[in-house]
Structure formats: structure tokens, C-alpha cells
Design a protein around this ligand. Structure first.
Ligand code: AMP
Length: 111
């Protein structure tokens, strides 16, 4: 499977469709999930093109991975979730329930 430039998150990254942005830096974009499954439900996506977490783990370089996770850490603090608690989920592939084929983390919390 190759990366589809017309997936919805690619369009959000190109600002072709809007999102409810909560954080952005050089490496990632984070925005509210359009169909929230918890009081806080945000998506965190790398700006580079990775289909899913397996693609990201296999093909992103060490520096990009480090910066990606540092940005995730920043978002956890910006939403004041460090002490309150949260879930991080990701879907990989059709059998893993993935619907949008641009790697993303779901960050969920009841606070
Ligand atoms: P999945 O690929 O299974 O991790 O699910 C994709 C997620 O993206 C779902 O939770 C959707 O509600 C969410 N989603 C789809 N389109 C948008 C959009 N335009 N803006 C924000 N979230 C979206």
C-alpha cells in the first residue's frame, strides 16, 4: 500500500479542509476529533507522510521520532492531562480499525 495524498488528513495538512486546531509545530499537527469518543479527544498527526504506526516506526528517522514524541509530550501538558490521566490509541490497517491512512494518535481523556 502506498501513501494516498488525497486522504482527509493530508488535505487538512494542506489547509484544503479546516480543522479545530489545538497545537502545531514543525513536526506535528493536533486537532479535535470530529466525532469525539471522550470529553477530550484529539488527534495528533506527523506532518511527514506515514500511512500508519508501523510505517512510522519502520521508516521515520530517529530524530523525527524523538521530535514527534517530544511534541506529544508538549500536547499532554498543554491540555493539563499529565496528572489527570489519558489514553493514547492508534489503529493500524483495516483489521486494526484504521479509517484514515495517515498515521495518527488518538489522545483521549475524561477530563
Ligand atoms: P481511525 O483511522 O480509525 O483512527 O479513525 C479516524 C478518526 O478521524 C475518527 O475518529 C474520525 O472521527 C476522525 N476524523 C475523520 N475526519 C475528520 C476530520 N475532518 N476532522 C477531525 N477528525 C476527523
Amino acid at each position: 500500500m502506498s501513501y494516498d495524498n488525497e486522504n482527509i488528513f493530508a488535505k487538512i495538512l494542506r489547509s484544503e479542509i479546516p480543522c479545530d486546531k489545538i497545537y502545531e509545530d514543525e513536526y506535528i499537527l493536533s486537532f479535535k476529533d470530529i466525532n469525539p469518543q471522550a470529553k477530550t479527544h484529539v488527534l495528533i498527526i506527523p506532518k511527514d507522510k506515514y500511512i500508519d504506526i508501523a510505517d512510522f516506526l519502520q521508516n521515520a528517522n530517529a530524530q523525527y521520532k524523538t521530535n514527534f514524541w517530544a511534541s506529544v509530550n508538549t500536547i499532554i501538558d498543554s491540555l493539563s492531562l499529565r496528572d489527570k490521566g489519558f489514553q493514547i490509541k492508534t489503529h493500524k490497517g483495516k483489521d486494526g480499525g484504521q479509517e484514515v491512512f495517515h498515521f495518527h494518535l488518538h489522545l483521549l481523556s475524561n477530563s
